[in-house]
Design a protein around this ligand. Structure first.
Ligand code: RNT
Ligand code: ZN
Length: 436
């Protein structure tokens, strides 16, 4: 049994830190100003960047369908930390708690399996916007945008590992219809909330062992996607996106929707490409793909995740790669064309904390990038002074980003580092621990 860590955090909660934060910020501001960087404008930009929090961290990708299939699609969640959300209301309450610990205005990313059908079995090809009305109402109340995903896994018709690329027409059509109804749901969400809903197609289709036919399934997947996307929908309401993967559990040898497949599909059909940080070889990074992809695509969706030795979907931490992703988006002015989402699921720790840690880290990485003296670095590079470029990049690493972040949290009315965890502990004691 895991216990709550409140005691440790209460002790760290030095109130002195708050009284000194203005002073620390003023000093940091001067240090950045000396490099030609304005901390106020960096914070103004940061406060406008939305991150799409993934609903599935709150209940281990369970969803609320009455037929409750166990997790499929080659996905795996490990851990049994108490307090997982069992109902949509619990999930909404947990997500609201997490959002209260994160500076800025954000989005919430739902899966079709989180439909609310009042206990009735509604097949995935018959889902309607009304099954997501409570989510839409909640999003309005919380001032969140919504993003959406058809659910092509955890379902009897996906049990043999194929959906949109299935060789049987009937099964393929079932999943095509699911994709179609989900686009209408996404569009309804976007219309209701006045902000386009990124509706992301990811299918698990693939083979455990060496296939004899790599071509056929890919041809079927392309045709199925064409049918799903045939009806033009208003881009003010919905943006279609497609997500590739290298392998999953049970699809180690061949994934139909590979990176090359979807890159080509997205370019040819002007779709949003969703790049998941965990969907490549373990040493392959997505940060270097962004500026290549942006030459050919209008928009990207990122599933910011952290694979540990495989696509393990660990909570996002402050890694070099996270910072590299943030630098790419800021340096190249891609934020307007990029939809930032998170994609991880850890059931071995407090799930509200997992959301807060990952989202705060992404925002911190963006802040670090926004505080970079990019013009100076570019000038050095153009002058061929690679020594100065390296020296400045390295010296930047110990700049007082923490003081700026701390100030930002207080300005935005959320607890700063070393404080927010107290809130999680309290919530765990009062709410999560009572869910037996
Ligand atoms: C799976 C993909 C996909 C899912 C979510 C639940 O490997 O990353 O994005 O994680 O749709
Ligand atoms: Zn993903």
């Amino acid at each position: 049994m895991t216990t709550c860590a409140c005691i440790r955090y209460v002790r760290f909660g030095l109130s002195k830190q708050d009284t000194q934060s203005e002073k620390a910020y003023a000093l940091a501001r001067e240090q950045f100003a000396a490099l030609g960087v304005d901390t106020h404008s960096a914070l103004a930009k940061l406060s406008k960047i939305p991150v799409s929090l993934h609903c599935w961290q709150g209940d281990d990708v369970g969803g609320f369908e009455p037929f409750g299939e166990s997790l499929g699609g080659g996905l795996a969640v490990t851990g049994n930390y108490p307090g997982k959300a069992r109902t949509p209301d619990e999930l909404r309450s947990d997500a609201a708690k997490a959002l209260s610990l994160i500076p800025g205005k954000h989005r919430f990313n739902l899966h079709a399996s989180y439909a609310e059908t009042e206990g009735k079995t509604v097949e995935r090809n018959a889902l309607k916007p009304s099954h997501f009305q409570s989510w839409i109402d909640w999003a309005k109340e919380q001032q969140l945008g919504l993003d959406f995903n058809p659910t092509f896994f955890s379902h009897p018709k996906a049990d043999d590992g194929f959906t949109l690329a299935h060789s049987e027409k009937g099964i393929r059509e079932f999943w095509i219809d699911h994709g179609i109804v989900c686009r209408h749901i996404g569009a309804a969400m976007g219309r209701a909330l006045g902000s386009p809903c990124v509706t992301n197609v990811w299918v698990p289709d693939g083979y455990k062992d060496t296939p004899a036919d790599r071509h056929g399934p890919r041809e079927r997947l392309a045709k199925s996607l064409d049918t799903i996307f045939a009806e033009p929908l208003d881009a003010n309401h919905i943006l279609d996106s497609v997500e590739a993967k290298l392998f999953g559990i049970g699809s180690e040898s061949y994934v139909v929707g590979s990176h090359e497949f979807y890159f080509g599909y997205a370019v040819a059909n002007r779709k949003v490409l969703c790049i998941d940080a965990g969907h490549f070889h373990p040493t392959e990074v997505i940060s270097d793909k962004i500026s290549s992809a942006m030459q050919w695509l209008d928009r990207l969706m990122l599933h910011v995740s952290r694979g540990v030795r495989w696509d393990s979907d660990h909570v996002v931490t402050m890694t070099d790669e996270l910072q590299a992703i943030a630098h790419e988006l800021v340096r190249n002015d891609y934020l307007e064309r990029t939809h930032l989402g998170l994609d991880y699921f850890d059931a071995s720790i407090n799930r509200v904390a997992a959301w807060a840690i990952g989202t705060r880290n992404l925002l911190k990485a963006l802040l670090i990038a926004l505080l970079e003296p990019i013009d100076t670095l570019r000038q050095m590079e153009q002058a061929g002074d690679f020594t100065a470029r390296l020296a400045l990049l390295e010296d930047m690493k110990l700049m007082p980003f923490g003081a700026v972040w701390h100030y930002h949290c207080l300005q935005q009315g959320v607890p700063p580092d070393l404080k927010w965890m107290q809130e999680v502990c309290r919530y765990e004691e009062d709410i999560l621990a009572k869910r037996i």
